[in-house]
Design a protein around this ligand. Structure first.
Ligand SMILES: [Ca+2]
Length: 421
Protein backbone atom coordinates (compact mmCIF):
# COMPACT_ATOMS: atom_id res chain seq x y z
CA UNK A 1 0.00 0.00 0.00
CA UNK A 2 2.68 2.38 1.01
CA UNK A 3 4.72 1.48 -2.07
CA UNK A 4 1.78 2.24 -4.37
CA UNK A 5 1.22 5.60 -2.69
CA UNK A 6 4.80 6.54 -3.34
CA UNK A 7 4.56 5.59 -7.00
CA UNK A 8 1.63 7.98 -7.34
CA UNK A 9 3.60 10.67 -5.58
CA UNK A 10 6.62 10.32 -7.82
CA UNK A 11 4.49 10.48 -10.93
CA UNK A 12 2.87 13.64 -9.65
CA UNK A 13 6.23 15.11 -8.74
CA UNK A 14 7.51 15.22 -12.28
CA UNK A 15 5.71 18.24 -13.76
CA UNK A 16 6.33 20.67 -10.94
CA UNK A 17 9.21 19.49 -8.75
CA UNK A 18 11.90 21.14 -10.76
CA UNK A 19 14.18 24.15 -10.77
CA UNK A 20 12.76 27.60 -11.43
CA UNK A 21 9.78 27.30 -9.09
CA UNK A 22 10.19 30.92 -8.09
CA UNK A 23 10.29 32.24 -11.66
CA UNK A 24 6.54 32.70 -12.01
CA UNK A 25 3.35 32.29 -9.96
CA UNK A 26 2.42 28.67 -9.42
CA UNK A 27 -0.57 27.56 -11.51
CA UNK A 28 -3.73 26.05 -10.03
CA UNK A 29 -3.04 22.58 -11.40
CA UNK A 30 0.53 22.67 -10.26
CA UNK A 31 -0.54 23.65 -6.75
CA UNK A 32 -3.19 20.94 -6.66
CA UNK A 33 -0.58 18.41 -7.77
CA UNK A 34 1.70 19.55 -4.99
CA UNK A 35 -1.08 19.16 -2.40
CA UNK A 36 -1.66 15.63 -3.70
CA UNK A 37 2.01 14.80 -3.33
CA UNK A 38 2.13 16.25 0.19
CA UNK A 39 -0.87 14.06 1.00
CA UNK A 40 0.82 11.00 -0.46
CA UNK A 41 3.86 11.60 1.72
CA UNK A 42 1.99 11.94 5.03
CA UNK A 43 3.15 8.44 6.14
CA UNK A 44 6.65 9.96 6.42
CA UNK A 45 5.52 12.86 8.63
CA UNK A 46 7.52 13.21 11.85
CA UNK A 47 4.25 13.46 13.79
CA UNK A 48 1.23 11.38 12.86
CA UNK A 49 -1.03 12.76 10.17
CA UNK A 50 -3.53 10.65 8.24
CA UNK A 51 -3.65 11.26 4.49
CA UNK A 52 -7.41 11.84 4.45
CA UNK A 53 -7.21 14.35 7.29
CA UNK A 54 -4.51 16.19 5.40
CA UNK A 55 -6.53 16.28 2.17
CA UNK A 56 -9.75 17.31 3.90
CA UNK A 57 -8.10 20.32 5.55
CA UNK A 58 -5.50 21.18 2.91
CA UNK A 59 -8.06 21.18 0.11
CA UNK A 60 -9.23 24.51 1.53
CA UNK A 61 -5.76 25.99 1.07
CA UNK A 62 -5.12 28.47 -1.72
CA UNK A 63 -1.83 29.22 -3.35
CA UNK A 64 -0.67 32.65 -2.19
CA UNK A 65 1.82 34.34 -4.49
CA UNK A 66 2.94 36.73 -1.75
CA UNK A 67 4.93 33.79 -0.41
CA UNK A 68 6.91 33.47 -3.65
CA UNK A 69 7.39 37.24 -3.90
CA UNK A 70 8.69 37.41 -0.34
CA UNK A 71 11.06 34.52 -0.97
CA UNK A 72 12.51 36.50 -3.88
CA UNK A 73 12.79 39.72 -1.87
CA UNK A 74 14.53 37.87 0.93
CA UNK A 75 17.38 37.10 -1.39
CA UNK A 76 17.46 40.80 -2.35
CA UNK A 77 19.82 43.68 -1.69
CA UNK A 78 22.29 43.79 1.20
CA UNK A 79 21.49 45.77 4.33
CA UNK A 80 23.75 47.12 7.03
CA UNK A 81 23.94 46.23 10.69
CA UNK A 82 23.87 49.87 11.72
CA UNK A 83 20.73 50.57 9.69
CA UNK A 84 18.82 47.58 11.02
CA UNK A 85 19.85 48.06 14.66
CA UNK A 86 19.04 51.79 14.48
CA UNK A 87 15.47 50.99 13.40
CA UNK A 88 14.74 47.88 15.44
CA UNK A 89 16.06 49.32 18.70
CA UNK A 90 15.07 52.96 18.18
CA UNK A 91 13.76 55.23 20.95
CA UNK A 92 10.15 54.61 20.01
CA UNK A 93 10.47 50.82 20.32
CA UNK A 94 12.26 51.18 23.65
CA UNK A 95 9.63 53.57 25.00
CA UNK A 96 6.76 51.35 23.87
CA UNK A 97 8.45 48.27 25.32
CA UNK A 98 8.84 50.03 28.65
CA UNK A 99 5.13 50.80 28.58
CA UNK A 100 4.38 47.11 28.08
CA UNK A 101 6.68 46.23 31.00
CA UNK A 102 4.89 48.74 33.20
CA UNK A 103 1.28 47.97 32.29
CA UNK A 104 1.71 44.18 32.48
CA UNK A 105 4.24 44.03 35.31
CA UNK A 106 2.41 41.37 37.33
CA UNK A 107 1.72 39.05 34.41
CA UNK A 108 5.26 39.34 33.14
CA UNK A 109 6.66 38.68 36.59
CA UNK A 110 4.55 35.52 36.88
CA UNK A 111 5.78 34.30 33.47
CA UNK A 112 9.37 35.16 34.36
CA UNK A 113 9.09 33.11 37.56
CA UNK A 114 7.38 30.19 35.80
CA UNK A 115 9.92 29.80 33.01
CA UNK A 116 13.08 31.46 34.36
CA UNK A 117 13.40 33.84 31.43
CA UNK A 118 13.74 37.61 31.96
CA UNK A 119 10.68 39.65 31.05
CA UNK A 120 12.80 42.16 29.08
CA UNK A 121 13.87 39.42 26.67
CA UNK A 122 10.29 38.24 26.17
CA UNK A 123 9.09 41.79 25.58
CA UNK A 124 12.03 42.48 23.24
CA UNK A 125 10.99 39.53 21.06
CA UNK A 126 7.43 40.87 21.10
CA UNK A 127 8.71 44.27 19.98
CA UNK A 128 10.97 42.96 17.22
CA UNK A 129 8.51 40.39 15.88
CA UNK A 130 5.29 42.41 15.68
CA UNK A 131 6.07 45.83 17.12
CA UNK A 132 4.01 44.88 20.22
CA UNK A 133 0.97 44.03 18.15
CA UNK A 134 -1.34 41.08 17.55
CA UNK A 135 0.15 39.81 14.32
CA UNK A 136 2.92 40.04 11.81
CA UNK A 137 0.72 39.64 8.78
CA UNK A 138 -2.63 38.71 7.33
CA UNK A 139 -1.87 35.70 5.17
CA UNK A 140 -3.82 32.59 6.23
CA UNK A 141 -1.25 30.30 7.89
CA UNK A 142 -2.54 27.24 6.05
CA UNK A 143 -2.11 28.99 2.67
CA UNK A 144 1.35 30.28 3.59
CA UNK A 145 2.61 26.95 4.93
CA UNK A 146 1.40 24.90 1.97
CA UNK A 147 2.46 27.46 -0.62
CA UNK A 148 5.89 27.52 0.98
CA UNK A 149 6.14 23.74 1.00
CA UNK A 150 5.24 23.72 -2.71
CA UNK A 151 7.66 26.50 -3.64
CA UNK A 152 10.49 24.98 -1.61
CA UNK A 153 10.02 21.22 -1.88
CA UNK A 154 12.29 18.89 0.06
CA UNK A 155 15.65 18.53 -1.76
CA UNK A 156 15.29 14.78 -1.41
CA UNK A 157 11.57 14.09 -1.84
CA UNK A 158 11.86 10.70 -0.15
CA UNK A 159 13.20 12.30 3.03
CA UNK A 160 11.27 14.90 4.96
CA UNK A 161 12.34 18.53 5.46
CA UNK A 162 11.33 21.67 7.35
CA UNK A 163 9.00 23.12 4.70
CA UNK A 164 6.96 19.90 4.41
CA UNK A 165 6.82 19.33 8.18
CA UNK A 166 5.63 22.91 8.59
CA UNK A 167 2.75 22.29 6.18
CA UNK A 168 1.81 19.13 8.08
CA UNK A 169 1.90 20.96 11.40
CA UNK A 170 -0.23 23.78 9.96
CA UNK A 171 -2.85 21.16 9.09
CA UNK A 172 -2.63 19.30 12.41
CA UNK A 173 -3.23 22.50 14.40
CA UNK A 174 -6.58 22.87 12.63
CA UNK A 175 -7.33 19.15 12.87
CA UNK A 176 -6.72 19.24 16.63
CA UNK A 177 -8.52 22.53 17.26
CA UNK A 178 -5.33 24.01 18.71
CA UNK A 179 -5.74 27.35 16.97
CA UNK A 180 -8.61 29.78 16.69
CA UNK A 181 -9.35 29.58 12.94
CA UNK A 182 -10.19 33.27 12.49
CA UNK A 183 -6.90 34.18 14.19
CA UNK A 184 -4.87 31.75 12.11
CA UNK A 185 -3.15 34.42 9.99
CA UNK A 186 0.43 35.56 9.84
CA UNK A 187 3.50 36.14 7.72
CA UNK A 188 4.43 34.70 4.33
CA UNK A 189 6.67 32.26 6.22
CA UNK A 190 3.63 30.95 8.16
CA UNK A 191 4.72 32.59 11.43
CA UNK A 192 1.72 33.84 13.38
CA UNK A 193 0.70 35.49 16.60
CA UNK A 194 2.16 38.24 18.72
CA UNK A 195 5.54 36.56 18.99
CA UNK A 196 5.45 34.82 15.60
CA UNK A 197 5.47 31.09 16.01
CA UNK A 198 5.62 28.78 13.00
CA UNK A 199 3.14 25.87 13.22
CA UNK A 200 5.74 23.14 13.86
CA UNK A 201 7.17 25.08 16.80
CA UNK A 202 3.78 26.17 18.09
CA UNK A 203 2.63 22.56 18.14
CA UNK A 204 5.41 21.55 20.48
CA UNK A 205 6.09 24.66 22.55
CA UNK A 206 3.10 27.01 22.84
CA UNK A 207 1.42 27.20 26.25
CA UNK A 208 -1.57 28.80 27.89
CA UNK A 209 -0.32 31.89 29.73
CA UNK A 210 -3.55 33.34 31.09
CA UNK A 211 -5.04 30.08 32.34
CA UNK A 212 -8.28 30.13 30.35
CA UNK A 213 -7.55 26.67 28.97
CA UNK A 214 -7.08 27.90 25.39
CA UNK A 215 -3.81 28.76 23.67
CA UNK A 216 -4.30 31.86 21.54
CA UNK A 217 -1.07 33.71 20.80
CA UNK A 218 -2.95 36.20 18.62
CA UNK A 219 -5.61 37.45 21.03
CA UNK A 220 -3.82 36.84 24.34
CA UNK A 221 -0.61 38.64 25.23
CA UNK A 222 0.03 36.33 28.23
CA UNK A 223 -0.29 33.29 25.95
CA UNK A 224 2.20 34.76 23.49
CA UNK A 225 4.65 35.78 26.23
CA UNK A 226 4.43 32.46 28.05
CA UNK A 227 4.93 30.60 24.77
CA UNK A 228 8.02 32.67 23.99
CA UNK A 229 9.44 32.14 27.48
CA UNK A 230 8.65 28.44 27.16
CA UNK A 231 10.54 28.35 23.87
CA UNK A 232 13.64 30.04 25.26
CA UNK A 233 13.61 27.76 28.26
CA UNK A 234 12.80 24.45 26.56
CA UNK A 235 14.64 24.80 23.28
CA UNK A 236 17.27 27.27 24.35
CA UNK A 237 18.04 26.13 27.88
CA UNK A 238 17.94 29.65 29.29
CA UNK A 239 19.99 30.32 32.45
CA UNK A 240 18.40 32.98 34.62
CA UNK A 241 20.88 35.50 35.97
CA UNK A 242 23.46 35.08 33.20
CA UNK A 243 23.75 38.21 31.03
CA UNK A 244 23.02 37.74 27.34
CA UNK A 245 26.16 39.64 26.39
CA UNK A 246 28.85 41.95 27.68
CA UNK A 247 30.20 44.65 25.39
CA UNK A 248 33.98 44.46 25.48
CA UNK A 249 37.22 45.91 24.25
CA UNK A 250 39.52 43.35 22.64
CA UNK A 251 43.09 43.69 23.97
CA UNK A 252 45.60 45.19 21.54
CA UNK A 253 47.60 41.99 21.06
CA UNK A 254 44.51 40.08 19.89
CA UNK A 255 42.85 42.70 17.72
CA UNK A 256 44.35 41.51 14.44
CA UNK A 257 42.47 38.22 14.83
CA UNK A 258 39.22 40.13 14.27
CA UNK A 259 39.62 41.79 10.87
CA UNK A 260 36.66 43.54 9.21
CA UNK A 261 34.29 40.98 7.75
CA UNK A 262 31.03 40.77 5.81
CA UNK A 263 30.07 37.67 7.79
CA UNK A 264 29.88 38.02 11.56
CA UNK A 265 32.59 36.51 13.72
CA UNK A 266 30.96 34.06 16.11
CA UNK A 267 33.22 31.70 18.00
CA UNK A 268 31.30 29.39 20.37
CA UNK A 269 34.20 26.90 20.22
CA UNK A 270 36.27 29.43 22.13
CA UNK A 271 33.94 29.59 25.16
CA UNK A 272 35.75 30.14 28.43
CA UNK A 273 35.00 31.69 31.77
CA UNK A 274 34.63 35.45 32.04
CA UNK A 275 37.56 35.49 34.47
CA UNK A 276 39.75 33.79 31.85
CA UNK A 277 38.93 36.50 29.32
CA UNK A 278 39.69 39.13 31.96
CA UNK A 279 43.03 37.46 32.67
CA UNK A 280 43.85 37.76 28.95
CA UNK A 281 43.25 41.50 29.10
CA UNK A 282 39.67 41.72 27.81
CA UNK A 283 37.78 44.62 29.40
CA UNK A 284 34.12 45.59 29.62
CA UNK A 285 32.88 48.76 27.93
CA UNK A 286 30.84 50.95 30.30
CA UNK A 287 27.72 52.96 29.40
CA UNK A 288 29.78 55.98 28.38
CA UNK A 289 32.50 54.07 26.61
CA UNK A 290 34.75 53.92 29.68
CA UNK A 291 36.72 50.68 30.15
CA UNK A 292 35.88 48.60 33.20
CA UNK A 293 37.17 45.36 34.69
CA UNK A 294 35.42 42.36 33.11
CA UNK A 295 33.54 40.82 36.03
CA UNK A 296 30.37 38.81 35.52
CA UNK A 297 28.31 37.38 38.39
CA UNK A 298 28.65 33.60 38.52
CA UNK A 299 31.66 33.73 36.15
CA UNK A 300 29.79 32.16 33.18
CA UNK A 301 31.35 30.79 30.02
CA UNK A 302 31.43 33.40 27.26
CA UNK A 303 32.56 33.50 23.65
CA UNK A 304 33.44 36.32 21.21
CA UNK A 305 30.84 37.74 18.85
CA UNK A 306 31.78 40.58 16.51
CA UNK A 307 29.06 41.60 14.04
CA UNK A 308 31.40 43.26 11.53
CA UNK A 309 34.87 42.66 13.00
CA UNK A 310 37.18 45.45 14.19
CA UNK A 311 36.87 48.36 14.23
CA UNK A 312 33.31 48.00 15.47
CA UNK A 313 31.40 46.79 18.50
CA UNK A 314 32.71 43.60 20.14
CA UNK A 315 30.92 41.32 22.57
CA UNK A 316 31.45 38.34 24.78
CA UNK A 317 28.18 36.43 24.68
CA UNK A 318 26.68 33.71 26.84
CA UNK A 319 24.64 30.57 26.25
CA UNK A 320 21.57 32.78 26.58
CA UNK A 321 22.65 34.67 23.47
CA UNK A 322 23.00 31.27 21.85
CA UNK A 323 19.50 30.26 22.89
CA UNK A 324 17.92 33.16 20.97
CA UNK A 325 19.24 31.53 17.77
CA UNK A 326 16.76 28.73 18.39
CA UNK A 327 14.00 31.33 18.00
CA UNK A 328 15.38 32.70 14.75
CA UNK A 329 18.68 31.48 13.38
CA UNK A 330 20.06 34.86 12.33
CA UNK A 331 23.00 36.77 13.81
CA UNK A 332 21.29 40.07 13.26
CA UNK A 333 17.97 38.99 14.75
CA UNK A 334 19.68 37.68 17.87
CA UNK A 335 21.67 40.89 18.31
CA UNK A 336 18.54 43.00 17.81
CA UNK A 337 16.66 41.11 20.51
CA UNK A 338 19.67 41.20 22.83
CA UNK A 339 20.21 44.94 22.41
CA UNK A 340 16.52 45.84 22.74
CA UNK A 341 16.27 43.70 25.91
CA UNK A 342 19.37 45.42 27.24
CA UNK A 343 17.81 48.84 26.62
CA UNK A 344 14.48 47.76 28.13
CA UNK A 345 16.38 46.78 31.27
CA UNK A 346 17.83 50.31 31.42
CA UNK A 347 21.10 49.62 29.64
CA UNK A 348 22.63 51.87 26.97
CA UNK A 349 22.48 49.40 24.08
CA UNK A 350 25.58 49.27 21.90
CA UNK A 351 28.13 51.87 23.02
CA UNK A 352 31.07 51.38 20.62
CA UNK A 353 30.49 53.19 17.30
CA UNK A 354 29.91 51.21 14.13
CA UNK A 355 32.63 51.64 11.49
CA UNK A 356 30.73 54.23 9.46
CA UNK A 357 30.61 58.02 9.25
CA UNK A 358 26.93 57.75 8.32
CA UNK A 359 25.05 55.93 11.11
CA UNK A 360 21.57 54.51 10.61
CA UNK A 361 18.19 56.23 10.94
CA UNK A 362 15.41 55.63 13.43
CA UNK A 363 11.99 54.69 12.03
CA UNK A 364 10.80 58.24 12.78
CA UNK A 365 13.63 59.56 10.60
CA UNK A 366 12.88 57.03 7.86
CA UNK A 367 9.25 58.21 7.86
CA UNK A 368 10.44 61.83 7.61
CA UNK A 369 12.69 60.90 4.69
CA UNK A 370 9.87 58.98 3.00
CA UNK A 371 7.50 61.93 3.40
CA UNK A 372 10.10 64.14 1.75
CA UNK A 373 10.56 61.63 -1.10
CA UNK A 374 6.79 61.53 -1.55
CA UNK A 375 6.67 65.31 -1.79
CA UNK A 376 9.42 65.15 -4.41
CA UNK A 377 7.10 63.13 -6.65
CA UNK A 378 8.04 59.56 -5.74
CA UNK A 379 4.44 58.51 -5.48
CA UNK A 380 5.15 54.82 -4.81
CA UNK A 381 6.86 55.62 -1.51
CA UNK A 382 4.75 54.92 1.57
CA UNK A 383 5.84 56.74 4.75
CA UNK A 384 5.74 53.62 6.92
CA UNK A 385 9.24 53.71 8.43
CA UNK A 386 10.30 50.65 6.44
CA UNK A 387 12.83 51.41 3.68
CA UNK A 388 11.64 48.90 1.08
CA UNK A 389 12.37 48.72 -2.61
CA UNK A 390 10.30 51.78 -3.59
CA UNK A 391 12.02 53.92 -0.97
CA UNK A 392 15.43 52.68 -2.12
CA UNK A 393 14.59 53.39 -5.77
CA UNK A 394 13.61 56.94 -4.81
CA UNK A 395 16.77 57.38 -2.72
CA UNK A 396 18.89 56.24 -5.66
CA UNK A 397 17.20 58.78 -7.95
CA UNK A 398 17.49 61.65 -5.49
CA UNK A 399 21.14 60.88 -4.73
CA UNK A 400 21.87 61.00 -8.45
CA UNK A 401 20.05 64.35 -8.84
CA UNK A 402 22.11 65.78 -6.01
CA UNK A 403 25.36 64.54 -7.60
CA UNK A 404 26.07 62.24 -4.64
CA UNK A 405 27.89 58.93 -5.15
CA UNK A 406 25.55 56.22 -6.43
CA UNK A 407 23.77 54.38 -3.63
CA UNK A 408 20.45 53.10 -2.36
CA UNK A 409 20.75 53.94 1.33
CA UNK A 410 20.69 57.07 3.45
CA UNK A 411 22.07 57.53 6.96
CA UNK A 412 22.25 60.42 9.43
CA UNK A 413 24.83 62.36 7.43
CA UNK A 414 23.52 61.72 3.92
CA UNK A 415 19.95 62.45 4.99
CA UNK A 416 21.01 65.98 5.98
CA UNK A 417 22.93 66.39 2.71
CA UNK A 418 20.11 65.06 0.61
CA UNK A 419 17.36 67.13 2.18
CA UNK A 420 19.35 70.37 2.15
CA UNK A 421 17.52 72.83 -0.11
CA1 LIG B 1 -5.01 31.35 27.04
Amino acid sequence: MKRATFAVALALAAPWAQAGLLDQPMGTDQFAGCVQELAARTPGALRPLVRDDFLRIASAARYDDRVRQSMLVQAGEPTYWWDDLAMTTDEQRVAEGKQVLARAAETLQRIEARFGVPREVVVAIYGIETNYGPSGGRIPVLDAAISYACLRPCPNPAATCVSRERAYAAVRLLRDGKVVPEHYQGSWAAAFGRTQFVPDTYEQIAVDGDGDGVIDIVASEPDAWASTASHLQKRGGWSMGVPVYVEVRVPEAQRREFAPTAKSIRLPARSRKASDWAAQGWQAVGPNGELQPLQVAGDPELYPFLPVGLPGPAFLVSRNFQSIYRYNNSDRYVMEVAVLAHKLAGGPGIVTPWPTDDPGLSRAQVRELQQWLLERGHTKVVPDGVPGRNTRDAIEAERAKKGMPPGRRVGQRTMRELMQP
